[in-house]
Write a protein that binds this ligand. Structure first.
Ligand code: C5P
Length: 234
């Protein structure tokens, strides 16, 4: 597996716990997502360590600030050797374009992925922000804004993937959380899809946390999911 589609969410509170898990998996089976909790606790050193071990790292800090600040944050993150970065589409097109431009000269250039509407937000809460109407319409509008601003893709649910793929084409990268292998529980995720369904729906990368991080044999689970995705059951 040279280009793994699975991104394991390293949702750990400290570097030690994260590395204990990482010692049990390998870069051929998955990529890794470092979010705000782990980054604040363990810092850039951990990210560099993961990169040195051969993992592609998605630094998921969801930037949202004035364009200059976000551009500088992207530049700083790119120096860590990360493969993917995230920013909020609600930060606006000038912010997203500045982020993309800041990454322009970096080789290899990290992918810039926009967050549209966090799945934790309901229609009412969006309405309070002045964003009326159906959530899927807001998602589509923000994805279009992200696409026009030069981002490489968006985070979206497996259910939204077919429409976004159709609208923005093959090259626009879809990163999909809310994935649950067929035989596992849902945890607190409400609208889940299986890895195979997510890929069939057009997802390019699958963010998976607990089904892998809490498994007795995480590498085995990753191998099973990779097989399930390609339709090759053991
Ligand atoms: O453990 P689980 O597979 O639910 O973890 C999913 C990961 O994806 C977590 O890091 C979570 O924050 C993230 N995520 C999500 N839903 C979104 C966006 C991100 O579950 N809409």
């Amino acid at each position: 597996m040279i280009e793994p589609k699975i991104i394991v969410a390293l949702d750990y509170a400290d570097a030690h716990s994260a590395l204990q898990f990482v010692n049990r998996i390998e870069p051929r089976a998955c990529r890794l997502k470092v979010g705000q909790e782990l980054f604040i606790a363990a810092g850039p050193q951990l990210v560099e360590q993961l990169v040195r071990r051969g993992f592609s790292v998605f630094l998921d800090l969801k930037f949202h600030d004035i364009p200059h600040t976000v551009a500088q944050a992207c530049k700083a993150a790119s120096k860590l050797g990360v493969w993917m970065l995230s920013a909020h589409a609600l930060g606006g097109s000038t912010m997203l374009a500045a982020a993309r431009e800041a990454l322009g000269g970096v080789m290899p250039r990290p992918l810039l992925i926009a967050v549209t509407v966090p799945t934790s937000m309901g229609r009412e809460e969006l309405g309070h922000l002045g964003i009326g109407g159906e959530i899927d319409v807001a998602v589509l509008r923000l994805a279009r804004l992200a696409h026009q601003s030069g981002t490489d893709g968006v985070v979206c649910s497996g259910h939204e993937a077919p429409q976004l793929k159709k609208q923005f084409g093959r090259e626009f990268c879809l990163v999909t959380p809310g994935i649950r292998p067929a035989q596992t529980g849902h945890d607190d995720q409400l609208r889940v899809v299986t890895p195979r369904q997510a890929v069939l729906n057009g997802a390019d990368y699958l963010v998976i946390g607990r089904p892998v991080t809490q498994a007795a044999d995480p590498l085995r689970v990753l191998q099973d999911i990779n097989r399930e995705m390609t339709g090759n059951q053991a």
